[in-house]
Design a protein around this ligand. Structure first.
Ligand SMILES: [Zn+2]
Length: 249
């Protein structure tokens, strides 16, 4: 069964009817959105940061400074940026959106992704959401990455294109896995749809996802897109885990 964008729209509207707008954190009906004081608790990400992966720096170390991880081994994507830090505060925002059908924060989410991702969005051709496998998409009713990418395309230049990349193999959840296990779990899970190959050649792609944890999923997608001819693949997520690299032993 092919789920078209039209069916996705209907599914999303149905979700809105079942789950009326609520505060993403408290669930209170009267707020109808995310309370402004909650945003005061969220740690937004911006420069100064690692030029490649966007890891936030406390001090400005120069435009092209790299974090410890990227200095040792560059990721498969060219650059990565995220709107805010994934922590105890923002977890509720993200999980409410991802699993609770609470899409009322989308416009604000997209605005923060545009702010944090201005460098990667410049000159990009397509916003490509990290795809879900069909079985999970049906179960979850929507792909949260596609909703983010579509909302972002409305306020930025690159075109929303959910038809380039597919997840042909169902993968189990990345939650609770080590970095190495996450890499193995998504290895070979993605492929490029045949009709997308001509427009992918030499294209500048921005991958869109909700959270970057170790980056394993985004790296698997980036490798797939580059093998198929993309010139540049960046990653832009709503949130990211900010964890310093362990010190060498
Ligand atoms: Zn880095």
């Amino acid at each position: 069964m092919q789920i078209t964008p039209h069916i996705m729209d209907i599914a999303r509207r149905t979700v809105d009817i079942i789950l009326p707008p609520q505060s993403l954190l408290t669930g209170s009906l009267e707020a109808g959105a995310i309370e402004s004081d909650i945003w005061g608790e969220v740690t937004f990400l911006d420069e100064p940061c690692c030029y490649i992966c966007g890891f936030p720096f406390e001090f400005d170390e120069g435009s092209f400074a790299l974090c410890g991880r990227c200095s040792i081994k560059k990721p498969a994507y060219d650059m990565g940026r995220a709107g805010f830090k994934y922590d105890d505060i923002s977890r509720s925002l993200v999980l409410g959106f991802k699993h609770g059908g609470r899409t009322e924060g989308l416009k604000i989410f997209a605005a923060h992704m545009r702010r944090a991702g201005r460098t990667v969005l410049k000159d990009a051709d397509y916003l490509v959401p990290v795809p879900l496998h069909l079985t999970r998409r049906v179960k979850r009713r929507y792909n949260q990455s596609a909703l983010l990418a579509r909302a972002l395309s409305k306020i930025s230049a690159p075109a929303f294109d959910p038809d380039i990349l597919m997840r042909h193999r169902a993968t189990s959840s990345q939650g609770g896995r080590s970095a190495a296990s996450r890499r193995r779990n998504v290895q070979g899970a993605f492929s490029v749809r045949e009709p997308a190959l001509p427009r992918l050649k030499d294209a500048n792609i921005v991958l869109i996802d909700d959270v970057m944890t170790t980056g394993a999923t985004l790296e698997a997608c980036a490798r797939t897109l580059k093998r198929a001819g993309a010139a540049k693949v960046c990653a832009l997520t709503l949130a990211r885990v900010v964890k310093a690299a362990p010190l060498p032993t």
